[in-house]
Ligand binder design. Structure first.
Ligand SMILES: [Zn+2]
Length: 156
């Protein structure tokens, strides 16, 4: 009879496409020896990390299926700022607000809004979550002496 732990290991092995089921779970040092050099460079996934991450995300990292990419709109926009060589600060507190990006050279706040969450009328004519506070935020920022623009997720 297999222990629950063994069954769990076998499942991990099957997910990783392992033919040899005697192979230890991928996070051990021995398993790391067998990994591709790209996979070896990644830090090991600890038990604690595993607890907070979904199984699917863990499997994806361990199997080295593509580089893991955070595709959140803010991340996409940050890449664009870096590519353009612009100076920026991320998640800046201004007054009582936490803004997405601040470009000191332009004294400009840029808010990146997800189309569904913020109810973009182009992408969601019937309405998304409608958490659209941009107008109010822009007014408050202008009072404090900042310019503010919004970039929709679909514009990135
Ligand atoms: Zn949109």
């Amino acid at each position: 009879m297999k222990s629950p732990e063994t069954i769990k290991r076998m499942r991990v092995g099957a997910r990783a496409g392992a033919v040899n089921r005697k192979r230890p779970p991928p996070t051990t040092d021995a398993a790391r020896q067998n990994m591709s050099s790209a996979a070896k460079r990644k830090p090991p996934i600890t038990k604690e990390t595993r607890q907070v991450m979904s199984e699917a995300a863990v499997a994806r990292l361990e199997n080295g299926v593509g580089p893991y990419r955070d595709t959140k709109p803010e991340r996409v926009f940050e890449d664009q700022l870096q590519a353009a060589g612009l100076c920026y600060e991320k998640q800046v507190r201004i007054g009582t607000m936490l803004v997405d990006f601040y470009l000191p050279q332009y004294n400009l706040v840029i808010e990146i809004d997800g189309c569904w969450w913020h109810g973009c009328s182009d992408c969601h004519p019937d309405g998304g979550a409608k958490l659209d506070q941009f107008k109010e935020r822009k007014s408050s920022l202008e009072v404090l002496g900042y310019d503010a623009i919004r970039i929709w997720e679909h514009e990135l």
